[in-house]
Ligand binder design. Structure first.
Ligand code: NAD
Length: 286
């Protein structure tokens, strides 16, 4: 499928990532059907898209007409079957392999034969998601960074059976969203998290073993290596539970002790210190 043929996009999951992805499509005049099982998420999502569009219009990045048009292109639905005419469906639901596999199997029945099923997963195997469908050649990873409207990268992940045609169509779509694309094979952590998460984990070990204070670790990496955020600050932004689950996938999938999650990271998650979203993580935001 060529990207010009992509006229309708389905997005499943209207959380932080799904809302941002829906916005990217609607602002380019693509019809978007956004599904979430939680009606409150759909309300929040529409509010987020409308607020973001207003900001783009007020800053002169989008014309008033294009702004109003974007909102017309966004359709929110609690009925998954409304995604049946989508050319591409991008899944952005909870990071659970069981829940995602069940969804992919349902989407396979609902979606038209030519539809590409993409997942925004940070760490789950695309090959295993594809095996829940009868169209593994049309299943692909389309990993946006957070927040999708701002971050310029999309990491495309090819499962064992992803076809060249699905890869080209997904790449063109990401480029239509104004993104730079990198391509990863389907191994734990793909490219970005394979490198980023061990760095964050090492920052936790540096804190855990008393080498330095959290402030000095973050300042060291910001000013010493020109990172915009220190690793501990970034972990709070991403969510410590998300960091821990990705470390577990790296550890299990690569079978190497150097990926073992730091006990301090585990303890913070056990204590509910999940980062900014909970008001406390490595730092206190309350
Ligand atoms: P989120 O918790 O903000 O949103 C998930 C949404 O999915 C919720 O609104 C929930 O109601 C909905 N949902 C859950 N199960 C569903 C189902 N079966 N059907 C329909 N809707 C369902 O999560 P998020 O941060 O947007 O993450 C979504 C995905 O994106 C995950 O796979 C995550 O790993 C990935 N991701 C997250 C980030 C990040 O920084 N947050 C970055 C890149 C990728």
């Amino acid at each position: 499928m060529m990207t010009e043929e992509i006229k309708i996009i389905g997005v499943v999951g209207g959380g932080q990532m799904g809302s941002g992805i829906a916005l990217l499509a609607a602002a380019r005049g693509i019809d978007v059907w956004l599904h979430d099982t939680d009606p409150n998420a759909l309300t929040r999502s529409r509010k987020y898209v409308s607020g973001f569009v207003q900001t783009l219009v007020s800053k002169g990045h989008l014309s008033q007409d294009a702004g109003s048009d974007a909102l017309v292109h966004l359709h929110c639905t609690s009925n998954l079957e409304d995604l049946h005419s989508s050319d591409v469906i991008i899944e952005a639901i909870v990071e659970s392999e069981d829940v995602k596999r069940k969804l992919f199997s349902e989407l396979d029945k609902i979606a038209k034969a030519s539809c590409i099923l993409a997942s925004n997963t940070s760490s789950i195997s695309i090959t295993r998601l594809a095996s829940a469908t009868n169209r593994p050649q049309q299943v692909i990873g389309m990993h946006f960074m957070n927040p999708p409207p701002i971050m310029r990268l999309v990491e495309i992940v090819r499962g064992a059976d992803t076809s060249d045609a699905s890869f080209s169509a997904t790449k063109s779509l990401a480029e239509r969203f104004g993104k730079t694309v990198i391509c990863s094979q389907d191994y734990p952590g793909f490219i970005v998290n394979r490198i980023l998460m061990p760095m964050i984990n090492e920052a936790f070990y540096t804190l855990y073993t008393g080498v330095a204070s959290k402030e000095d670790i973050d300042t060291g990496m910001k000013l010493g290596t020109n990172h915009p955020m220190g690793p501990l600050e970034l972990a709070d932004f991403i969510g410590l539970d998300v960091c821990l689950s990705i470390m577990k996938i790296l550890h299990g999938g690569l079978g190497d002790g150097r990926y073992a999650p730091c006990p301090l990271l585990v303890q913070y998650v056990d204590a509910g210190r999940l980062g900014r979203k909970r008001g406390i993580g490595v730092y206190n935001y309350r």
